[in-house]
Design a protein around this ligand. Structure first.
Ligand code: SIN
Length: 485
């Protein structure tokens, strides 16, 4: 096992197994107190990106030829290294983007379990054998690595999302060029250092930090890339797909959600309220799978509303380093301004502010109050645009039919949930929901690594991440006709 020294200050590029800096730098500040600088990092140039691709292309063929059990062993070592660094990673997330220490710790451990899962997955069947029309021919399929993978990851899950792209990409024999979100560069550097400790061959994992928008032509241009794995905003995902379409490069984009949660009159309301608050307010609402629209059967609206108010008022908003904090600051000034834009819109539209709103936000950091609205029109942007903050809208519905109609009234299709104790309602929701991930009596958030993750409609394309779907994306199928007589 080779040991790579931690990144020296300012050297956040990791190319061909070595840390290095770029001519230009950018600074990061603490979202809980933006007057406090948390780091200075390198802004990669097109030349750095070219070096990263060259290193990846050089390292990949030998790695692809490395027996799968050895690649699996690397993933196991990576899992152990991420686990050992969990506290550091959690603190880095907290400083970069304000995730509460409890959530951040859980995310770091989740990333370790993702590496461990893929250590097993790469040893699963790599193809199939079919009967042939010719008795002398053996007919089989083989999966082969796609080559060099470009991974572009968001700031909201700065350890788990990179893990679920990098682990399968490397595990199935590819090399990676990774552009992490600028707002979580400190976390990316810490994660890279942990992965480097697991001893990947030089050039296998290359990290180019800096603005994805500025680097986009260098990241997507040039020779044919194997695949692009992306999580982030819809317009970025669309332009990435357009940028590589002429070279027929595979793209797996995850582009957010506007996730509905339905509470029917036969549900356990206390449980539903608990989970609605968790799904819409925890992680400061900055999850692709966060609940943002709550449709409740009119007969129980009053009771659910009361339970939600109690729980939202009990949330502790504050310093993300404090173990007691439930809701930390938003990740950045841009997020903060976006949230206030939607609060102003709610006021302008005459929405009822059931909880939160502008109250309790007089601090220096990007803190906002967890907010619940009612009386919002179906066609309001509040019901259709991804806000990415702790804000949900409560709306009464007459029953299952109207709930389904409204839940599906969105351009997105990531996650949806129904709370009910009735099997007929469960099955109707399961069959007719136009979301890729459907939950019953559970929050819309949270995913397990061994099942597919992705979205319908504007949330994604038809490729999925995680589970067996990861092999399908990070490998190509070769069909072999072997005549032996
Ligand atoms: C996300 O929602 O952004 C990641 C998946 C999850 O943990 O819910």
């Amino acid at each position: 096992m080779t040991t790579v020294a931690p990144a020296p200050a300012g050297e956040s590029l990791f190319i061909d197994g070595r840390w290095r800096s770029a001519a230009a730098a950018f600074r990061a500040t603490d979202p809980a107190d933006p007057r406090r600088e948390t780091g200075a990092y390198s802004a990669a140039t097109a030349a750095d990106v070219a070096d990263a691709y060259a290193a990846a292309a050089k390292a990949q063929p030998e790695w692809a030829a490395t027996p799968a059990p050895e690649r699996a062993e690397f993933l196991r070592q990576a899992a152990a290294a991420v686990e050992a660094a969990a506290e550091d990673l959690a603190l880095a997330m907290t400083a970069d983007m304000g995730k509460t220490i409890r959530d951040a710790r859980a995310e770091a451990l989740r990333a370790a379990s993702i590496f461990r899962y893929f250590a097993g997955e790469v040893l699963q069947s790599a193809g199939e054998v079919y009967p042939s029309a010719d008795p002398a021919t053996t007919l089989l399929t083989l999966s082969e690595p796609v080559g060099v993978v470009l991974a572009i990851t968001p700031w909201n899950f700065p350890v788990a999302v990179p893990a679920w792209k990098i682990a399968p990409a490397l595990g199935f024999g590819n090399a990676v060029v990774w552009n992490p979100a600028e707002a979580s560069t400190g976390t990316a550097v810490r994660l890279t250092a942990a992965l480097a400790d697991a001893g990947p061959p030089a050039g296998l994992l290359n990290v180019v930090t800096g603005s994805g928008a500025a680097l986009s032509p260098a990241l997507t241009g040039g020779p044919r890339r194997g695949a692009v794995a992306f999580t982030g905003a819809g317009r970025v995902g669309t332009s990435l797909r357009e940028a590589v379409a002429d070279r027929n490069v595979k793209v797996q984009p995850e582009m957010g959600g506007k996730n509905p949660l339905v509470v029917l009159a036969d549900a356990d309301l206390a449980d539903a309220a608990e989970r609605i608050v968790s799904a819409s307010m925890f992680s400061t609402g900055q999850r692709c799978t966060a609940t943002s629209r709550v449709y409740v059967e009119a007969a129980v609206e009053g009771e659910l509303r009361k339970l939600l108010i109690e729980r939202i008022r009990a949330l502790v908003v504050g310093d993300p380093r404090d173990e007691a904090t439930d809701v930390g600051p938003l990740a950045s000034r841009a997020q903060y301004e976006k949230f206030h834009h939607y609060l102003q819109l709610a006021e302008a539209e005459g929405a009822e502010i059931i909880a939160g709103g502008r109250t309790g936000t007089e601090r220096s950091g990007y803190f906002v109050s967890p907010t619940l609205l009612a009386g919002v029109a179906d066609d309001s942007p509040l019901m259709h645009e991804e806000i990415s903050g702790p804000l949900a809208v409560l709306q009464p519905v007459a029953g299952t039919e109207e709930a389904l109609e409204k839940a599906n009234d969105t351009a997105f299709g990531l996650a949806a949930s129904v709370f009910t104790s009735n099997l007929g309602n469960t099955m109707a929701f399961l069959r007719r929901s136009r979301a890729e991930m459907v939950h019953v009596n559970r929050e819309t958030t949270g995913v397990e690594p061994h099942v597919p993750f992705g979205g319908l409609k504007a949330s994604s394309n038809t490729d999925r991440e995680q589970g067996k779907a990861a092999r399908a994306f990070f490998t190509n199928v070769k069909t072999a006709y072997i005549r032996s007589a």
